[in-house]
Ligand binder design. Sequence first.
Ligand code: SF4
Ligand code: SF4
Length: 316
Amino acid sequence: MPRVVLGRTEIAIHPLVFGSLPMGPLQAGLTPGEGARLLRHALERGINLIDSAELYGTYPHIREALREYRGEVFLATKTHADSAAEARRHVERALRELEVDRLDIVHLHGARLSDPFVERASVFEELLQLREEGKVRCLGLSSHYISAIKRAAVHPEIDVVHPLINRGGMGILDGSAEDMAGAIAEAAEAGKGVYAMKALAGGNLIGQARASFGYVLGLPGVHAVAVGMLSEGEINANLALFSGESPKEGIWKELESRRRRLRIMDRFCKGCGNCLPACASKAIAVKDGKATVDAGECILCGYCAAACPEFIIRVV
Ligand code: SF4
Ligand code: SF4
């Protein structure tokens, strides 16, 4: 079973990380039982890092999957808090809902922050305190910004980075895929663990999935890649690919023909604009009183869905 050590953390993981965002209420809306069955399938086949976030709403799915599971598993989550008190609430909620004493990785969820250590200084201080208290093992930064990954690379308290990278450069907010690849290499050289996100740009590159995963896995410094998966077939195909086994053409043809998209039930849209600031990719706009999405720019992250008070945005 392949294992890779995340930088200097001593956390040895399978290079395929289970991204839990798509199973949660922002996207596919699986029940905790349905999500748990998929997670268990993955864990029993060697995946051992599950990536979540306060925003994803997937702690019940993960808790259910871990019930009576005896294998080794690492848990990563993220806080988008903008105050120290809120960050503490997020970490304590994760501990409570996941029913664990310590979280392996907590990221500053800095997707849209170009300088998170300045813009979220008090949050980071609180995370350091939570690590001191033994509630968190390692601290990380998740980001869509090259500048932020470069800052994390030289930050002595950051153990892991979770950068957005894909071969189209979709969703990177301040440069190209090559620029982000350079920042990733710098972070890894500095001893940070690196697991990438959005290798398929939220599904936009699904038609070239194998080549897109190959690009990210081949980048110097990338230890692992988080992938959201919604079927056992998808998990099995990705496990084979990430283990270097020859891909099964039929399964991949089927997976690569699937497309996802953002659906806004515009009949119910109030045109309030709450979803606009949630979108770092500037893919959503309000026109004639209704929200519309530019599919060419959308990376299907689902953050706009979390910001909509009418609950009318879904990734389908
Ligand atoms: S429109 Fe929504 S799902 Fe698409 S990139 Fe923006 S926030 Fe993410
Ligand atoms: S937040 Fe929801 S209701 Fe408001 S503009 Fe966006 S989609 Fe429409």
